[in-house]
Design a protein around this ligand. Structure first.
Ligand SMILES: [Zn+2]
Length: 306
């Protein structure tokens, strides 16, 4: 994917956003100026501001400052009497840092980077409408569920300052594995990271396409800030592909200290049998993996609010 093209697209939307905000504000002020009294003080206020900007003399500056303050008070009291929110007199920009210009000085503003990561995450994930931790229905959760959710929330909040880089969420169908995976993805997107969310079935297919040279999308999974693999064990085992690429992805990410979160209904023994020793040892390494066991197989942990 072309990062530069994405940035240009974002800047274009920002420009439109900025124009819209400024036009809306301008229109609001024009309406107020239909009132002669307001028009007069507001005109004076603008003239004084301009003079203040141009003036080079300290004494003149002080006098102008005083006048501006007086006029400001008059404007404020006019607005108050007429029950008008003061904030309507300035454009409502989404980003207070760059005022929707996308630039913070001569650097790209952090809001653009966040938006860019969000768009990259949408491109690299098989879905983009993730549940969040706030969708949890506490009434349906027992104490263990609550503790688990809290543990994962804290892990997301503390990342990258976490002791365990990877998470394995193990549980049966309907135990809430996918929900928790989505909630983690959602937290990371909101924190400005590039997220790659794939089912193991999809990852397996990407690996196959990569293997035969038909698509290189698989490499996105290696590079994403966080990779979430849903339902390990539901994919068909393809010769020279499944085990090899799964090991490759887990190992490469581990070397580069990039987190991988996996959900599965396979027990550690099942993983050893289905894959191999190398994958098993990577996934069961307690020094780097946080293991979450959802031991309530046939219960919906979280209510689907979508
Ligand atoms: Zn900004």
């Amino acid at each position: 994917m072309d990062k530069k093209k994405l940035i240009d697209e974002i800047k274009q939307t920002y420009l439109l956003k900025r124009i819209r905000a400024e036009e809306a504000c301008e229109e609001f002020i024009q309406n107020l100026r239909n009132d002669k009294y307001f028009d007069n003080i507001y005109t004076d206020y603008n003239i004084k501001q301009l003079e203040y900007m141009k003036s080079k003399y300290e004494i003149e500056n002080l006098k102008l400052k005083k006048d501006i303050l007086e006029l400001q008070k008059k404007i404020d009291s006019y607005l108050k009497t007429n029950h008008i929110n003061k904030e309507n007199l300035v454009p409502k920009y989404d980003c207070p840092i760059c005022k929707d210009t996308g630039m913070d000085g001569n650097k790209i503003c952090s809001c653009v980077k966040k938006e860019l990561n969000k768009r990259l995450s949408i491109l690299t994930s098989s879905q983009n409408n993730f549940h969040s931790f706030s969708d949890c229905n506490e009434k349906l959760m027992n104490e263990t569920d609550k503790k688990t959710t809290e543990k994962l929330k804290i892990w997301c909040k503390n990342y990258p300052n976490v002791s365990k880089l990877n998470i394995n969420i193990i549980g049966g169908a309907g135990s809430g594995k996918t929900f928790l995976l989505e909630a983690i993805a959602n937290e990371f997107i909101n924190n400005g990271y590039v997220v790659c969310f794939k089912t193991m079935f999809e990852l397996n297919e990407l690996a196959r396409l990569y293997h035969i040279g038909k698509s290189y999308e698989f490499s996105d999974c290696l590079k994403a800030d966080i990779l979430l693999i849903d339902d390990l064990g539901t994919e068909p085992i393809l010769n020279n592909v499944t085990k090899e690429y799964l090991y490759n992805v887990i190992n490469t990410r581990q070397i580069h200290k990039l987190p991988t979160v996996i959900s599965s209904n396979l027990s550690p023994d099942d993983i050893l049998t289905r894959y191999d020793e190398r994958i098993f040892s990577r996934l069961s390494n307690k020094n780097i993996c946080l293991n979450i066991l959802l031991d309530s197989p046939d219960k919906r942990l979280m209510e689907n609010k979508k």
